[in-house]
Design a protein around this ligand. Sequence first.
Ligand code: 2BA
Length: 107
Amino acid sequence: MKLIIAIVQKEDSNKLQRAFVKNNIRATKLSTTGGFLSQGNTTFMVGTADESVDKVLKVIKGESKAREEYMNPNMVTTGFDMGSQPVKITVGGATCFVLPVEEFKRF
Ligand code: 2BA
């Protein structure tokens, strides 16, 4: 068994949640914050059989879009807007980790 941790943008989270339900994929949705931009994002935890990992990743990929954001570099490092030029960054689609699960129990 594997645990997939998928961090997606807030804008994609509702449709991804619906796609999980439609595809009979069990998931837990957490409200999270990106460590770099300090913007809200969504983290899904999906416990799944080894042979279903590719299917789950495909569903995640199908519902997650990369977007461009502009940010003030000083806001990230100092917390203050010091009038510097905003820089463009591409925020992913989805950032996914696939972890082995030692034990899975439901009581
Ligand atoms: P944030 O940490 O807010 O990062 C948002 C975007 O800012 C990143 O998009 C990346 O384009 C850029 N970025 C992040 N750290 C950077 C740095 N040190 N220098 C320059 N640019 C940087 P993504 O890479 O697509 O990440 C989207 C979100 O996924 C992240 O939001 C974070 O919540 C999560 N994430 C990404 N990589 C991770 C990792 N290795 N471990 C844990 N969470 C991760």
